[in-house]
Design a protein around this ligand. Structure first.
Ligand code: ATP
Length: 658
């Protein structure tokens, strides 16, 4: 296993900055709309209702103007009757508007929830499909941030911000038309102010959008760090690294107390992009933006009122018309203020759409078949076929024989043919060089060698977590890359160095990945073989006992035996065992060893072996040194001719006798 990679993280101050941020496709409104495509009909109806609901009250100022004028009209015959008729109409218009407003609000909110739920599912499926090297390069916390906060931003963008911005524009046009109808001169004054407002708000709005995107990015980095540390609390506490981790987190989030006057200046030795610093400028620009819109908007109101008084005084318009006009100016001012806040949300959503599109469209270097409920939706979401999509990272793309092979049964003959390999995230260092090895079906091969020699990598390549850089790996004579990946993996059992259990029950953990019903008898049988049954039935809830997050409630030996039971339930033709380097106590080791001895019978087994007892038992021992195979044979043969093996055995013997 890549111990180096995993253990370096808590100790290296900047380890979490080494992973790449999720790239973005060009953010665009078209992308944003595409992501909400299935909700278009609902959103269109909601938009229509919104326009009707919001336009209806625009009639009221005109009706009220009539009422005002009737009130001050000395020639009116039945003044109160006329006013009452008008006021009833005003109330009806208002009620219809409110009711339609309720329907559109409900429709939009539900459409938003549908957008976000669908996107999260699609995004999760897309993440599940990515090859292992993708996860080597991107921190899980950052991906979680894309899955939660980016999708939420997109939900607001498509179901609220976009319709509100459209409404704002419609309102502006309708109000301006009504204002021109009342008084063209007065309307021209207001129109001039609106144009000035637009010219000022566009650059500030763009700046705000940029800051919002930056804020989301840095928040993703902070989340990535927090997820990594919270998932490794035992390591953090055992290294007494809490303070260091808090400091690392603070480096991304920023410390507001460092800036006595609140102003987030950039000090030379500090990172420019902390959430506080970006958030600080985002808050100031947003406040300035809204103040400007409201300030200039109300300034217009007063200027036009002033000019309006003159027009009433000159007898050009009535007092009622002036009140109606002012109401429209007010609508425009309030509408622009509201629209501007939604414009910034829309810009945020545009930025998020770029990152989401990248993840949805990313073509995995090793296509993993993941069942998708609605495949056509995937295409409509991304807006293009997979074939058209450019591969973002360049790994050795191998064109498989189409269709992929799914033989009836696997015999389990393994052959490495002159394999060379480097990890895509570290292309400068070769991990396997001219690696050729044959493991006949039903035999056991033990890989031995120094730490970092490449043994776990061999196991990873056999499961096709990565593709070889050159050469080939064949199973029963078929290149791995020509085989159906789910068929391949369903025939391989894998017990990791540090077995990964899930926060589920023992039963669910053993049955993990099994699609069929598993009877209790079968469960008990594999657990017995794995020496796990006895300790499981001692617990009050037996197979229904929860194991805690990542199996924290179990001992190392218990976790390993459950992992062996899980691998056995698959009844794999090939069993891969990456032996734990961490010492188990003698009793546990004996029980695990016994479980392994039972598990290897009748299948091809590849063991990354660390224990002398395991090594000795293997029919074929492969000595890996400096990323190459330097010798292979039985224990006795190698003891006679291979110096490296002799050294290794000497070290192991000393270790066992200690
Ligand atoms: N995901 C990865 N990305 C980049 N490099 C990796 C990755 N995993 C392992 N490596 C590197 O590949 C080399 C071989 O690692 P590997 O885990 O195969 O060694 P190993 O022989 O199994 O070691 P050990 O016995 O300590 O588990 C190491 O130099 C390691 O740093």
């Amino acid at each position: 296993m890549s111990e180096a990679a995993s253990s370096s993280a808590p100790n290296h101050p900047d380890a979490f900055n080494q992973t790449k941020a999720v790239p973005s496709e060009t953010p665009s409104l078209a992308n944003l709309l595409r992501l909400a495509k299935p909700e278009w009909p609902g959103l269109a109806i909601a938009c229509f209702l919104m326009i009707v609901a919001e336009s209806a009250p625009l009639l009221n100022p005109l009706l009220l103007a009539d009422a005002y004028d009737t009130l001050v009209d000395p020639e009116a015959v039945d003044r109160m009757q006329d006013i009452s008729r008008t006021m009833i109409t005003v109330l009806v218009v208002h009620s219809v508007g409110s009711f339609l407003g309720f329907i559109r609000q409900a429709l939009m909110s539900v459409a938003g929830e549908r957008v976000v739920a669908r996107l999260r599912n699609l995004l999760f499926v897309s993440l599940m499909k990515q090859e292992m090297s993708f996860f080597d390069e991107h921190q899980s916390g950052e991906l979680i941030s894309r899955l939660t906060s980016d999708t939420a931003v997109l939900q607001i963008g498509t179901s609220q911000a976009l319709p509100e911005v459209i409404l704002g524009m419609v309102k502006l046009v309708v109000c301006m038309a009504l204002m021109f109808w009342i008084s063209a001169y007065l309307a021209i004054v207001v129109l001039g102010c609106v144009v000035v407002l637009f010219c000022i708000s566009i650059p500030i709005g763009t700046w705000l959008g940029k800051l919002s995107r930056e804020y989301q990015n840095v928040l993703g980095t902070a989340q990535g760090h927090a997820t990594e540390v919270l998932g490794a609390m035992r390591t953090v506490q055992s290294f007494a690294a809490e303070k260091r981790e808090a400091h690392r987190y603070e480096k991304v989030v920023g410390d507001p107390d460092q800036f006595p006057l609140w102003w987030a200046t950039h000090k030379k030795d500090q990172d420019k992009t902390t959430t506080y610093r970006v958030g600080f400028f985002k808050a100031i620009v947003a406040a300035g933006f809204f103040t400007l819109i409201f300030g200039v908007g109300f300034g217009c109101l007063y200027v036009s009122l002033w000019y309006g008084f003159k027009l009433v005084n000159d007898g050009e318009i009535t007092l009622g018309e002036l009140t109606a006009f002012q109401s429209y100016v007010f609508y425009i001012g309030a509408g622009l203020g509201q629209t501007s806040s939604f414009v910034s949300k829309l810009l945020e959503a545009q930025g998020a759409s770029g990152r989401i599109m990248y993840l949805l469209n990313r073509v995995p270097a090793i296509p993993i078949p993941v069942e998708q409920k609605n495949a056509s939706l995937d295409k409509s979401q991304s807006g293009r076929d997979e074939e058209e999509t450019p591969a973002i990272i360049t790994v050795n793309h191998y064109v498989p024989t189409i269709p992929l092979l799914r033989p009836d049964a696997m015999e389990g003959n393994i052959r490495f043919e002159n394999v060379n390999f480097f990890y895509p995230s570290r292309p400068e260092s070769a991990v396997l060089v001219n690696f050729s090895l044959t493991i006949p079906a039903n035999s056991t091969a033990a890989l031995v060698g120094a730490s970092g020699a490449g043994k776990s990598t061999v196991v990873a390549l056999l499961q096709r977590f990565y593709d070889v850089s050159s050469g080939a790996i064949c199973i029963d004579g078929h290149d791995l890359r020509d085989l159906d990946l789910s068929w391949l993996r369903s025939n391989i059992g894998f017990v990791q160095q540090e077995p990964q259990l899930f926060g589920l029950t023992v039963r669910e953990n053993i049955c993990y990945g099994i699609d069929r019903e598993v009877s209790l008898e079968e469960l008990e049988e594999v657990s017995r073989k794995a020496n796990a049954h006895d300790f499981i039935v001692e617990w009050p809830q037996q197979y229904d006992t929860m194991v805690g997050e990542r199996g924290v409630k179990l001992s190392g030996g218990q976790k390993q035996r459950i992992a062996i039971a899980r691998a056995l339930l698959v009844n794999p033709r090939i069993l891969l065992l990456d032996e734990a380097t961490s010492a188990l106590d003698a009793e546990s080791e004996h029980l695990v060893q016994e479980a392994i001895d039972k598990a290897v019978v009748g299948r091809t087994v590849v063991i990354v072996a660390h224990r002398l007892s395991t090594i000795k038992r293997a029919k074929q021992i492969v000595v890996v040194d400096d990323h190459r195979i330097i010798d292979s044979g039985t224990h006795d043969e190698l003891l006679q001719r291979c110096t490296k093996y002799q050294e290794l055995i000497q070290r192991q013997s000393m270790h066992s006798s200690q």
